[in-house]
Design a protein around this ligand. Structure first.
Ligand code: P61
Length: 466
């Protein structure tokens, strides 16, 4: 079978209509949105590739599961189903639901970071780092150098650089390190996996020093798929087996279930340590809800439990990542600069190469995502300097090596024809790239600025004049 094309292991039972817009309507909409795709109304968007978070289509089984919601305040049957699914597939002992990933990050950061401690991680993620900083911690990047190079074809760009981690431990001492924050299928690097050998080695290094490892498991199943394909010794293991092996090296995880787990809302914190679990259960009642619902309805937990089982099916993941790869290949054939290798949850345009005429201070990736929307109604997301925010100490803008636009593919939602239209639009903007102009801030909020900030073109009124 595997010399044949991949195809979706499902058929479509219900459809949601999309509104087509004119270019004039889109020009008005993006100006009203302050040239920030987060501020567009979804009804003004044709193909929504802003995120794969909470945007997946649930299966008929998951929808049926919603009807089994046990909406008890305490001890809902659905909590126990969720707990059993997490224990079976991820292998952690204690499971504490949260409203979404950042709820789990908040609780973990409060409990495990003391002011002044360092939190090494294999590349930052916006909400994760923000919660670490709010708890008084300082994030330190210990990902391999290849992760910062969009043109490197290294197959495991999510790997921890053991030298960087070892050096940090030596320099500051173990008592100054809160824990290693180990993300699988690293989002900001372009959906890039870690190898199991690297996970094993990084966790062993931490264990030798008595440092705990907490796993951001948001896209761990996508990572398991890449391990199966790329790492010697794993071709014959199931995604479920690989997932268990990944998790077995770590002390717990935070999870945004809105990704791998195929639900529209939800998350959890999972830990093996009994005392930490008690402390987390005690905090969750302050910020999220009782420890058997964590801000979720019973039905949400049921859909999550079912989604976890569906997420580890090989044919599902092959079609999911196959679709991302299809879009990526079309862009590579047209020589559009994208991050290589093609990642798990999206295709990432290299805006520095795409728009070399726009200086970093004028946010080329922000401009490109706005221009793409004007061209076709495709909504993408900036992942560059606007997302990276300001330096904690100096207050200056930081300019990460990666200045990217993410075309993120929701699971089980769009067709191959949607991917074609997206590719055609990106290629058309690329052919007219000299007609895209830079942006400057008109409003910049204090926390996670990329969500709500507003901009204006540095010249004229339009971001894209082709
Ligand atoms: C996303 F623009 N991701 O990729 P929550 N860890 C990881 C995530 O990818 C993640 C969370 C934790 C989103 C949504 C989002 O800057 C942004 O359930 C690896 O969203 O709270 C979320 O999980 C947090 C978009 C988040 C952003 C932050 O689109």
């Amino acid at each position: 079978m595997h010399n044949r094309s991949w195809a979706e292991p499902f058929k479509i039972k219900m459809v949601e209509h999309l509104r087509m817009t004119t270019r004039a309507e889109r020009e008005r909409a993006i100006a009203e949105a302050g040239f920030n795709t987060f501020l567009l109304r979804s009804e003004d968007v044709y193909i929504d590739l802003l995120t794969d978070s909470g945007t997946s289509a649930m299966s008929d089984r998951q929808w049926a599961g919603l009807m089994l919601g046990d909406e008890a305040y305490a001890g809902s049957a659905n909590f126990y189903h969720l707990e059993a699914a997490v224990r079976q597939y991820y292998g952690y002992k204690h499971v504490i639901p949260t409203h979404q990933g950042r709820g789990a990050e908040h609780i973990l950061s409060r409990l495990c970071i003391s002011p002044g401690q360092y939190v090494p991680g294999n590349m930052y993620f916006t909400t994760t780092k923000h919660h670490q900083e709010l708890a008084g911690g300082k994030f330190v990047d210990v990902v391999v150098d290849q992760a910062h190079d969009p043109d490197s074809n290294f197959p495991f760009k999510g790997n921890v650089d053991l030298d960087k981690l070892g050096r940090l431990v030596e320099e500051v001492g173990t008592s100054k390190i809160a824990y290693l924050c180990l993300a699988t299928n690293v989002n900001m690097a372009g959906g890039q996996p870690c190898s199991l050998a690297n996970i094993r080695d990084a966790c062993a290094l931490c264990r030798r020093h008595g440092i705990r490892v907490f796993h951001d498991a948001t896209r761990a199943v996508e990572n398991a798929y890449f391990i199966k394909l790329r790492e010697p010794g794993y071709a014959h293991k199931s995604l479920a087996e690989i997932l268990r092996e990944i998790c077995s090296h770590t002390d717990g995880c935070t999870m945004s279930a809105k990704k791998d787990c195929l639900v529209n809302i939800g998350g959890w914190l999972a830990v093996n340590d009994d005392e930490l679990a008690d402390a987390a259960r005690n905090l969750v009642v302050v910020y999220e809800g009782l420890h058997t619902y964590g801000g979720l309805a019973g039905r949400d937990m049921e859909a999550m439990a079912i989604g976890i089982r569906e997420s580890v099916e090989f044919d599902h993941m092959r079609a999911r990542i196959g679709q991302v790869e299809y879009l990526g290949r079309r862009l590579m054939e047209a020589e559009v600069p994208i991050v290589r290798p093609i990642g798990g949850h999206g295709v990432f345009l290299n805006a520095r190469k795409f728009l070399p005429q726009i200086p970093r201070e004028q946010f080329p990736a922000q401009s490109l995502s706005a221009a793409l929307y004007v061209d076709s109604g495709v909504r993408a997301m900036e992942r560059g300097a606007v997302s990276a925010g300001r330096d904690l100490i100096t207050g200056n803008n930081t300019f990460p090596a990666l200045e990217l636009v993410r075309l993120t593919i929701p699971r089980r939602v769009y067709t191959q024809a949607h991917m074609d239209v997206t590719a055609e639009s990106v290629i058309s903007v690329y052919e007219n790239r000299d007609k895209v102009v830079g942006l400057e801030f008109t409003y910049e909020p204090k926390h996670l600025r990329f969500f709500q900030s507003r901009f204006r073109p540095v010249t004229g009124e339009r971001v894209f004049t082709a």
